[in-house]
Design a protein around this ligand. Sequence first.
Ligand code: NI
Length: 200
Amino acid sequence: MNETASFRPLSLLLFGFALLLAACSPSGAGDPPLKGASIGGPFTLTDQDGRRVSDTAFKGKYRLFYFGFTYCPDVCPVDLQVIGQGLRQIEKSDPDIAAKVQPIFISVDPERDTPAVIKQYVAAFHPRLIGLTGTPAEIKDVTKRFGVYSAKQGQEGAKDYLVDHSRITLLFGPGGEPIAIVPHEKGAGGIAEELKRWVK
Ligand code: NI
């Protein structure tokens, strides 16, 4: 054991004390977990109707982002279905909150996900789900800004390929600020609960 180990109990104690203070703060929910995280930022992409859309179009709305691709065999459809169900759940219980949330799907497969392909896809999950695609360079830029990993699998030039990608649902605020990772793995109820926690 080295000498610095003896300081550990004290720092742990102080850390625990800080947590206790945070838990007792009057704001209740506390700071958003992604507050101040350097993800997000400006983008201009193409929506499912072929219109160019920038992040500024969502000013004043909470944005619920999911990155994936329409040819994804199982992960993306499962997650998007849960997101759609979560939104429907909150539309029933708290319509005011639901109205402030804009769900957005961003493709990580711009070569195959044309606006027409995306239009059909997003409609299957939620009527208000916006689908965005772009040029490979635009998609590379937006995934980088949002800290989302994506990589085409298989041989170069193959028509039939998969895209390995981060499985993450991100909530941003009305000014485009990062708020939280939404736990889609907890099902529709988990989505609704997390939205109720942060959307004011
Ligand atoms: Ni996927």
